[in-house]
Design a protein around this ligand. Sequence first.
Ligand code: ADP
Length: 750
Amino acid sequence: MRPSIPADRLSIDILQLSRESQGYRELMLKFAEYAKAKLGINEVIINESSPNRQFNPIEETALNTGKPYVENGLSGYSATELISYANRGYKCCAILPISKDGKSFGTITLLSADEDGFNPEYNVLFSIASGIISSESGSKFERDKSLSVAKYFDASFNNLLPQMLVSFEGTIVRANKSALNYFNRSQKELTGTNITDIFDLDSAAMDRLRKGMLIESSGKLYQGKIFEISPSKISDGLTHLMINEVSESREAEERAKLLDKSSESVFMSLDKDLLISWVSGASGDLFGIQGDMLVGKKFTDFIISPSNISDSLRKLSSGRLSSPIKLNFGNEIEFYANLAAYETKDDIYCIVSKDYERISKFAGSLLQDVVRLSNDPMIEVDSSGYIMSYNRAAEMLFNMGNGFVGTQVYSLCADGESQKKLATSFSVARSNGYIKDVYVSMLEMKDRTEVPCDQTVKAIIDQNGNISRFLIMCRELLTKRKFQELEDAKDRAEDDAKKQKAESDLKSQFIYNISHDLKTPITNIMGFSKLLLTDNASNLSKEQKEYLQIIYDESDRFLQLVKQILDVAKLQSGIVKLDLQPVNFRDILNNPSIKSLQEACENKGLEFLWEVDYDVPEITADPNRVIQIFSNLIGNALKFTEKGYIKIKVTRTKGTVCVDVSDTGIGISKSDIPKIFKKFYQLKRGMVKQEGSGTGLGLSIVSEIVHLHHGMIKVLDSDVGKGTTFRFTLPIKAKIPKKTLKYNKAEHQS
Ligand code: ADP
């Protein structure tokens, strides 16, 4: 089987689907529908990655190589994983891996019952589809992640109550430390599990949560406990849950433990050599290192500054010491803390407490990681709009290199309107925290081409609660850009067409002028040669008279040609005035030109038939022009017919009279038919140009005349060697052509 969709169409369509999808799951589902509707696929199976899901070896291979796996000719002898497809009557399958940067989102299996299997063109489409969906899924995933982290890192996510971010299906995307402590699970263990594994939730309860309604539930993990879960919806795909244990039965001690663990201070005992002998539970939270890892180590080794703190600690004889210190536990988290130390009888008791600066620093580095790692272009600007940093994705999208730190972010806007929008976004973010998906036209810095973007602007709050800077996240609107490109192309094409029309008008005018100038000398040549030929007094030899006759004949041909050119030019330039009168088709046969054509036919041994149906009425038309149509068509028929007949049949149709001019001549091949109405077009029959004088202008004149009358003309039928039928129609009541009116008016004025 062959696909009916070209690769570029497929790419645009998938990007469009992606634009309409909230997350990568929705994108995969939308693509499944699309594949069924547009790619001739009978069934689509989506295998989404989840912690519990095992992929079969073939899916695994596709995911590892990143290449679609295609198998044509499924049968009972296919690989075990594929036999079930063969048993269901499918003849070919394609397994598309969806993965990005080592994260696999799943596979999409496309099945078809087509005997022929997927041809190589399909393979290309599959690679493209797999590539685009992977990359879009990757950025959707990253964006959701970074958006939520950016949104939450400085919010209350890390306060004492257990909290979680869950997806629409209830999968835990992130849990805060209190939740991890409470449920005694690591972030890794908890993320990816469904909340229905933790709480006893039926579908009604899930629905309430999705709608943002408070629920009470008993625990599954902690049987017998009652929890109050209060959700708030962040986006269609993400909900924030605040969990509160409300059961009375919970031990007060456990509560204390929770508080202790989340406490803002770490307590520790040092022996006289300043070696750590005991550390309270908050160490993991605060120091990023578990307490037991610290026992036995020298506390002062972790203190970077002040350097003389060991002396102070050692010198502690009585009373207390309190000072700000800078700590580093060798895990790259460097922070400030306040140290209070007390000397007791046996040891030194220390309290290391959270320093706000430490939080902001930690939060800052978290944000920096989010920015750095995100696939979404992000720009960090200070509160006055100066660029502080930007990530690789932004650098690539706007082609910025690395010289833009310190410049105004407004210089990236494509126009004044976009600058205004960005300024508004800043002020909305100032008051509301953030503003989402504002359409702004940005600039690519090298070629200065437009980059349409959806922008989300987020205000970043420092430890004092002030807005210190903003994070701008940009999402390029590819489809919009594509659309704009198409529109531009259309405009260009229209301009070209206008230009061509103007040029062609100019040409017609030129031909018209020059033909006029040619007519006079030719008429003179003809006149004088005629005079010489008929003048008996001239003493020309027989041979000279023959030459003179040739001059006369050729000049006559030349004059006819000029006249025809003049006629076409006139017809096309719109300066022809139709002289509308009643025309009767029965009378036309008596016209001298037609009569002489009839005679010529009969002399050639051809039958000449003129049939007018009884109900054909008189029409209003230009009689001379109608004769011209007949003369040309009958003249051609005569020229190209050696035996048989020439038949003119006139019938009445609705509002028009229809004339068929048929002959039994040499015919015109199907491929030549569209060409013959073009100016100066004469068919080459064999290698030799056809015999008989002609200019190739006859049919274009005929067609101009018919169209001036608002009729139509075409070759109704033609068979090489058998004959041709031309059909033209003329309206019974001619409309006065607009062009003529304009001309009359102009004539009147001059
Ligand atoms: P010309 O003045 O050379 O006849 P036309 O514009 O009238 O030019 O016709 C264009 C070409 O169409 C002719 O050269 C001829 O090849 C073809 N043609 C026109 N009428 C007939 C016909 N009745 N039978 C076969 N060929 C025809």
